[in-house]
Design a protein around this ligand. Structure first.
Ligand SMILES: [Zn+2]
Length: 577
């Protein structure tokens, strides 16, 4: 295996982790995790020697076997404590030499590194188990997700036991931070007056989202008044507001009655140079000041970087670890420009998960259509909170859409999602927001798109009628919706037509239904038939059979009956007019 095939985080458009950092993280992940080694075809940690050889040019000097690996060049070891939690010095280029604790710097297998259970005396006799247990931090490596608990996970030896990654997975343990009233306000068409904001807030609350995020009260006087009004509604959802990492904004925010404040600042070189112009030293100092101030008011505080995927990984981990230590409730990763792919999201969240004990929120833009996939992957990697907006509205093409995310998570665990959210309320919620911003619900929208539960091909229709699970991963009835089998087209099949015949209460034999289906196909070759057209044809066919004017295969008789029916209809319409 060559290094060339292991450069996932450097491959993304514009994402800028240093190659060396990536190499070190990848090596450490592989060393500690036999499952990952198996995935890339390494049976033993010693295979990493080859990896290290290949990476010399980037990672620095290699001069010995795996157990004597040295961190060189930009990662200078400061020292290691008994837990082998090694402090390293940040890379050159940071304004200050900030220290951070690497969760998985290389250590010999015989050490007591807590991140690597195989090095913890738990190595199975044959040393080839594919299983790995991970020791969680006392404050919860998977995040508390708002609930304090002390996970009791023991290293696994059973090859059929859950994999290491399963312990990080929060697909069935997450919270939604609904940002229609913050990110959604940044949608090109959006203007929410107070009444509309309150209607949306109430609809989101009755759907069951855990948090509502509102525009900063520092944005305008009306924004501040609206924020206060929504805080007074007494909703079940916690109310957050989103502010710049600045004491002036924080002072205004904590006076509005919110349950928490989401603090954000740009850390990418682009934003540091061309937006706010601050360096990491300043950013860290201000973050600590703002977080301590918000905490002193007894409300939640989240610290997020902006444009996280184009920020330096060392800068990110360093500042997140700092704010975690002073007791921030959540740290946030934001794909502000929508550049990340699921693999990059997994790696960054997985790495962050090893560095902080607090909850992890993700905010994912949808510029390349990845927002739902990225959100799902973030949960798999250990994120605890996902930002959404209704229909995904937001800056540019917006963020992870609430409905799409719910569909995705329902597919993974329907019972959990049904127990958390009032799913039948989704359609009205989307209609409310669509109307407020003057757009239509897109035809391909998960769950509520007009064709979301429409089945067309004859072969699909037949199977669906026998058992809906054949072609449906989502049950429409769980969302208060019904499926629709489209039959007025040339791809239709006689089973689907038979189902409609039965719905209409008509008595026809299978041969008669096949005969009628042939006529539907013939007409649909000219133009698609509406359900009304199909129903009329079936009724005419049925009455022809009943009166003896028609029998199977009598095409001319059927054409005559249909013509008479059309003429009668035309006359009735003329009289009515
Ligand atoms: Zn955003």
């Amino acid at each position: 295996m060559s290094l060339g095939s292991v450069q996932p985080t450097t491959a993304g458009a514009g994402c800028s982790y240093s190659s060396e950092t990536v190499v070190n993280i990848v090596i450490d992940l592989l060393r500690c995790n036999p499952c990952l080694r198996a995935l890339v075809g390494m049976s033993e940690p010693s295979t990493l020697d080859i990896f290290r050889h290949s990476s010399e040019a980037i990672a620095g000097e290699y001069d010995g076997p795996e157990t004597e690996l040295k961190e060189t060049s930009s990662h200078e070891l400061e020292g290691a404590n008994s837990d082998a939690e090694v402090s390293a010095v940040a890379v050159e280029g940071s304004a200050e030499r900030m220290t951070y604790k690497s969760p998985r710097l290389p250590t010999p297998p015989s050490s007591t590194n807590k991140m690597c259970p195989h090095a913890n005396g738990d190595v199975p006799a044959n040393g080839t188990s594919e299983m790995v247990g991970i020791e969680l931090k006392p404050n919860g490596v998977n995040g508390t997700n708002g609930v304090s608990h002390t996970p009791k996970l023991q290293p696994q030896r059973n090859p059929y036991a859950p994999r290491a990654s399963d312990f990080l997975n929060n697909v069935s343990n997450f919270k939604i931070i609904e940002s229609t009233l913050r990110e959604g306000e940044q949608f090109a068409n959006a203007f929410f007056d107070t009444k509309t904001k309150i209607a949306i807030a109430k609809a989101l609350d009755s759907f069951g989202v855990e948090y509502l995020e509102l525009t900063s009260p520092a944005a305008s006087e009306q924004s501040r008044r609206d924020c206060e009004a929504i805080c007074k509604l007494g909703l079940k959802a916690k109310i957050l507001t989103h502010i710049r990492c600045h004491m002036d904004d924080a002072r205004i925010a904590v006076e509005t009655g919110v349950d928490g404040v989401d603090v954000v600042i740009g850390t990418s070189s682009f934003l540091r140079e061309f937006s706010h112009g601050k360096d990491m030293t300043y950013i860290t100092k201000t973050a600590i000041e703002v977080i301590n101030f918000v905490k002193s008011k007894g409300i939640e505080v989240r610290f997020s970087t902006e444009d996280s995927f184009r920020s330096d990984l060392v800068d990110l981990l360093s500042i997140y670890q700092t704010v975690d230590k002073i007791g921030v409730n959540r740290v946030g990763i934001a794909d502000t420009v929508g550049c990340a792919n699921p693999r990059q999201v997994y790696e960054l969240i997985r790495t962050l998960r090893g560095v902080v004990g607090c909850d992890i929120e993700v905010h994912l833009h949808n510029d390349t259509g990845m927002a739902i996939a990225n959100a799902y992957t973030a949960l798999e990697a250990g994120a605890t909170h996902i930002d959404t907006s209704v229909l995904g509205i937001g800056e540019r093409v917006g963020i992870t859409p609430l409905g799409g995310l719910v569909a995705c998570l329902y597919a993974a665990n329907p019972e959990y999602v049904k127990s958390k959210y009032n799913l039948p309320a989704l359609r009205e919620l989307e209609n409310l927001v669509a109307e407020a911003v003057e757009v239509n619900v897109p035809f391909m929208n998960p769950i509520t798109g007009y064709c979301a539960f429409t089945h067309k091909a004859g072969i699909h229709a037949k199977a669906i009628l026998n058992n809906p699970s054949t072609y449906e991963i989502l049950k429409p009835e769980d969302f208060g919706l019904t499926r629709y089998v489209s039959i007025g087209h040339r791809l239709t099949g006689w089973n689907a037509v038979k189902s409609r015949v039965e719905q209409l209460g008509l008595k026809l034999t299978d041969d008669e239904i096949k005969d009628a289906t042939a006529k539907i196909k013939e007409l649909a070759d000219v133009r698609t038939q509406s359900m009304d057209d199909v129903d009329s044809l079936l009724r005419v066919y049925h009455s022809g059979i009943q009166s003896g004017e028609l029998a199977v295969g009598q095409k001319e008789a059927l054409d005559r009956l249909l013509k008479e029916h059309r003429e009668t209809q035309t006359r009735e319409l003329a009289v009515a007019a």
